[in-house]
Design a protein around this ligand. Structure first.
Ligand SMILES: Nc1ncnc2c1ncn2[C@@H]1O[C@H](COP(=O)(O)OP(=O)(O)OP(=O)(O)O)[C@@H](O)[C@H]1O
Ligand SMILES: [Mg+2]
Length: 371
């Protein structure tokens, strides 16, 4: 990897992580924008301590990479880094048992004693990915582990001490979940002792050009052919807002690289992907969605009282409505409600207790229209 893509901290992170996990799995945080340098400066400082870190940012901005960067720069980097995908465990007992272990016979299926991930990670780091989805009963246990440094396995009688550093990540607004009583306030304050806000790609200046180049070089090494984006392609990409962030950028480079015939990647090689994955308003609509479908969905909600999930969400997921169309109908609704999102949810027949889900959907898909 060429260091021209990395700032000084990122170079150190890459070297240390390559030593630990090998070149293939090295953490490469490409970017030289002020936002990136500033964030890495915080990572360097926070890494030295033992308090939890909360990493917040849209989908695909690199939260997991930043979590690994915090670990690799920390004095705990010779101890385990254990990653937990919180949505994976939907049932309370199972989540608690996975994290803190269980004793034989404590519930159906607990056929022997089992260590939890906190014990496995002893003196290292536990990375709780998508913490918003952590089951409420596990939230209570985690709070205790963080506040008192101890826990008890499911069905266990003795208290065990815990020495792990917790790094958590989320793309959801935890404050809103706290209001909806879906996330514990006291846990939130414990978790965000240090907070890293990872900016979306659109706020990172020209970093997208470095990422483009880095990915092109990687493909050239793998497939032995060097290709570049044509000037017209670069113009198109420069006007793109990157709602899907770095994961989206990577897939666009790969598609463009694979579909282009010659040395240059032209807009026709990746335009469809650009529209499909992110629906940029700068690209002509190329999806299967039929013109006027957004008017139909709007009328079904406003006049027919159909709910948003049926009239918009489902066709959007099926690609019968594209992002531009969803933006248009949201814009129309917002004009009706004078820009008020609560009233918009009401107008679109979203049940009150699903308001946060509605807002999360808009954010997650880069659909919250600019006003
Ligand atoms: N600064 C960066 N430089 C190079 N690659 C990056 C950078 N940030 C992220 N990536 C790449 O983008 C992809 C998404 O990164 P990552 O999984 O860390 O994001 P995330 O924020 O955790 O996403 P999600 O919210 O979907 O879990 C990965 O392939 C990662 O390697
Ligand atoms: Mg992630």
């Amino acid at each position: 990897m060429n260091d021209e893509f990395l700032c000084d901290s990122a170079t150190r992170i890459r070297q240390l992580s390559a030593e630990k996990w090998g070149e293939e799995k090295a953490v490469e945080l490409v970017g030289r924008s002020p936002a990136m340098v500033d964030l890495l400066g915080k990572v360097e400082k926070f890494a030295r301590f033992n308090e939890p870190i909360l990493i917040v940012g849209e989908s695909g901005v690199g939260k997991e990479l930043f979590a690994k960067a915090c670990y690799i720069l920390s004095p705990r980097n010779d101890k385990p880094f254990v990653s937990v995908n919180c949505p994976q465990y939907q049932e309370g007992n199972l989540t608690v048992s996975e994290l803190f272990g269980h004793k034989k016979g404590s519930f159906t299926g607990a056929v022997c004693d089992r260590r939890g991930l906190f014990e496995t990670a002893d003196r290292g780091v536990v990375f709780l990915d998508e913490i918003a989805d952590l089951h409420l009963s596990a939230q209570v246990m985690l709070l205790r582990a963080l506040a008192e440094g101890e826990f008890r396995a499911v069905g266990g009688t003795e208290t065990q001490t815990v020495n792990v550093r917790v790094i958590a990540a989320t793309n959801r607004l935890l404050q809103e979940m706290i209001v909806a009583k879906e996330f514990r306030n006291d846990l939130y304050f414990r978790l965000c002792y240090f907070r890293l806000d990872v900016p979306p790609l659109r706020d990172r200046g020209d970093d997208w050009r470095l990422l483009l180049e880095q990915n092109l070089r990687r493909l050239a090494v793998t497939y032995g052919v060097r290709k570049t984006f044509s000037d017209r392609s670069l113009e198109l990409l420069a006007s793109h807002k990157w709602p899907g962030n770095i994961r989206e950028l990577k897939s666009i480079v790969t598609i463009g690289y694979s579909l282009s015939d010659g040395e240059f990647i032209e807009p026709c090689d990746f335009e469809a992907q650009l529209e499909r994955s992110c629906g940029s308003a700068t690209v002509a609509a190329t999806s299967a969605a039929s013109p006027g479908a957004e008017v139909d969905s709007y009328v079904r909600m406003v006049d027919g009282k159909e709910c948003f999930w049926d009239a918009v969400y489902a066709p959007f997921m099926e690609r019968d409505l594209n992002r531009t169309q969803v933006r248009q109908l949201l814009q129309r609704g917002l004009t009706e409600t004078a820009g008020n999102y609560t009233r918009l949810a009401n107008l679109f027949n979203v049940p009150t207790d699903q308001y946060h889900k509605f807002m999360d959907f808009l954010r997650h898909h880069g659909l919250k229209p600019e006003r």
